[in-house]
Design a binder for this molecule. Structure first.
Ligand SMILES: CC(C)(COP(=O)(O)OP(=O)(O)OC[C@H]1O[C@@H](n2cnc3c(N)ncnc32)[C@H](O)[C@@H]1OP(=O)(O)O)[C@@H](O)C(=O)NCCC(=O)NCCS
Length: 155
């Protein structure tokens, strides 16, 4: 189990689902359903769905989920508990997931992020992701809609 920034990052289990759902509901305006998150925590054929969780002194502090298609990965969600944000745990989760993708032979990692999400964009940009497209007006906001930035990096 790799340890980064004092946080232990490990593969998620079905028993982590409640904590993942609770955290997602704290940081997202559109939290994922149990069924959608469960796919990432259950053993998946050909590693099609993967999830990692981050703990500090056994306290659940974050998670990252990604899906795989052929030799590409897509980061589908990452969340760090508000209490633990800004302490390097998002980076620890991302680096562990990228290591895992490399270890299973994936070649590219992609993701989508709200244009206004400064923290997430910094996390990705500081770890090798570049913007290679825009989905105009993709996300709902309280005021209307905003663009999704499409980002990727080689593994
Ligand atoms: C995005 C998120 C996962 C980042 O996790 P985190 O643990 O706070 O991030 P870290 O402390 O690991 O910081 C990672 C990098 O981003 C930068 N960063 C983090 N928050 C930032 C902010 N608010 N403004 C600018 N930069 C920021 C850090 O400086 C750090 O850069 P470094 O690696 O060069 O030091 C977290 O803010 C979160 O859960 N947000 C809500 C959910 C969300 O938006 N998920 C992303 C969906 S695409």
């Amino acid at each position: 189990m790799p340890e980064r920034c004092g946080a232990a990052v490990r593969a998620a289990a079905v028993s982590d689902l409640d904590a993942m759902m609770f955290l997602d509901s704290l940081v997202s305006a559109n939290p994922w359903s149990r069924q959608s998150l469960a796919r990432y925590c259950e053993p998946a054929p050909a590693d099609s769905h993967c999830a990692f969780v981050c703990e500090v002194s056994l306290s659940f502090s974050g998670f990252l989920i990604y899906s795989r298609l052929l030799d590409e990965a897509n980061i589908d969600n990452v969340a760090v508990s508000p209490h633990y944000q800004g302490r390097g745990f998002g980076r620890a989760l991302l680096l562990t997931a990228l290591d895992n993708m490399c270890a299973i032979g994936l070649k590219r990692c992609m993701l989508e992020v709200r244009e206004s999400n400064v923290a997430a964009r910094a996390l990705y940009e500081n770890n090798g992701f570049v913007i290679d497209g825009v989905r105009p007006q993709y996300y709902k906001t309280q005021q209307g809609r905003e663009d999704a930035l499409l980002m990727s990096r080689r593994l």
